[in-house]
Design a protein around this ligand. Structure first.
Ligand code: KG4
Ligand code: ZN
Length: 341
């Protein structure tokens, strides 16, 4: 125990993963995530089942996080938790637990915006990882959001482009469902795409009124019609072309993301570009960003895999910076499903 350090326990329960992390200042001592298998057979997250599973997981996950960090509850300086956006029933489990802990231990309570946390994951201190300097652009791509954010300091963010319909993670997951993959299908598309030809098939890039906005709902429809058309002639079309179909869908999505990022970088004259959120785990997107770094002279920031999909370490790093700013919440704070960045 280093008495001069700040120890934060962070809880993430916005969707279907129960996460708890312990941070010592800006370093992660433990980061435990319990995934919920229960949704796989439904092809998507069932909110009612998600909140029940959080109830079952939260105590074992907290116990594991404390034990892996090798500290005791009485060493904690604050409790941080996800206050939104997310599924309300899931958020309630984390917030009720966070409030009880803060009250029982008589330490501050810190509510955290999940989308802010995805971006702030870049400030977790790790050997060999260079953190971004301000200002930078962050493409935040997850199952619920697709945003280009101008980040001016730890707490000042401006959304300069976002999806007008589906999130990019949904585009991956819905396309994957049409191909017969379990939920969430994004990682399966990624895996198969690595062996496929991205130019094998073509899918359209939708237009949006605002240059930096995204639209993904049309992609799912065009994948659906494309599969129906081809399956009519060849019932084995999917299995015979799976890698090429995945590579082509993924390539369509990635080219669109990079195109918009380039527009944003030019418009705002910012050459520092980060990615965050579950879809930033995608190997094709990570590679495309590295290529863009070479081509456009950007400096890019790609988070470590464990900090891309939902995790509590990212909630903890916001907790730490809010703790330094003495920005605490009262026990009357209440989760918001549509909390904005
Ligand atoms: O950030 P996240 O864990 O949860 C939300 O806040 O939504 O993101 C989950 C999303 C899912 O849509 C999942 O399919 C997608 O991230 N995802 C991926 C990959 N890993 C996770 N999409 C494409 N390729 C991946 N490797
Ligand atoms: Zn997320």
């Amino acid at each position: 125990m280093d008495k001069k350090s700040t120890y934060i326990l962070a809880i993430e329960s916005s969707c279907d993963d129960t996460g708890v992390a312990i941070l010592q200042n800006d370093k992660v001592l433990s980061n435990v995530v319990a995934n919920q298998e229960v949704h796989n057979k439904y092809g998507g997250v069932v909110p009612e089942l998600a909140s029940r599973a959080h109830q079952q997981h939260i105590i074992p996950v907290i116990t594991a996080a404390l034990s892996q960090a090798n500290i005791s509850k009485k060493d904690l300086d604050a409790i941080a938790f996800t206050n939104g956006p997310g599924l309300l029933g899931s958020l309630f489990v984390g917030s009720a637990f966070a409030k009880s802990m803060s009250m029982a231990l008589d330490i501050p309570l810190i509510g955290v915006n999940h989308m802010h946390a995805h971006i702030m994951a870049h400030f977790i201190k790790e050997a060999g990882y260079e953190t971004p300097t301000f200002p930078f652009l962050c493409l935040t791509v997850s199952g619920g959001h697709t945003q280009i954010v101008l980040v001016s300091d730890f707490f000042t963010t401006e959304v300069i482009g976002e999806t007008i319909d589906d999130a990019v993670g949904e585009a991956f997951d819905k396309s994957a469902k049409l191909l017969g993959f379990p939920y969430p299908g994004g990682p399966y598309i990624d895996k198969h795409a690595q062996q496929g030809d991205p130019k094998a098939f073509e899918f359209p890039h939708p237009k949006t009124k605002k240059a930096l906005d995204f639209s993904f709902s049309g992609l799912k429809t065009s994948v659906l019609y494309f599969l129906q058309r081809n399956l009519k002639d060849n019932p084995k079309f999917i299995e015979e072309n799976l890698d090429d179909i995945c590579a082509s869908i993924q390539d369509t999505i990635i080219r669109l993301l990079i195109k918009k990022l380039k527009k944003a970088a030019d418009q705002h004259q910012i050459q520092k570009v980060a990615i965050a959120g579950g879809v930033s785990a995608n190997s094709g997107l990570r590679k495309a960003l590295k290529e863009a770094e070479q081509r456009y002279g950007w400096k890019t920031f790609i988070p470590r895999f464990e900090y891309t999909t939902d995790n509590a370490a990212m909630i903890g790093i916001v907790g730490y910076y809010k703790f330094l700013a003495q920005d605490f919440d009262t026990l009357s704070i209440s989760p918001m499903a549509r909390l904005k960045l």
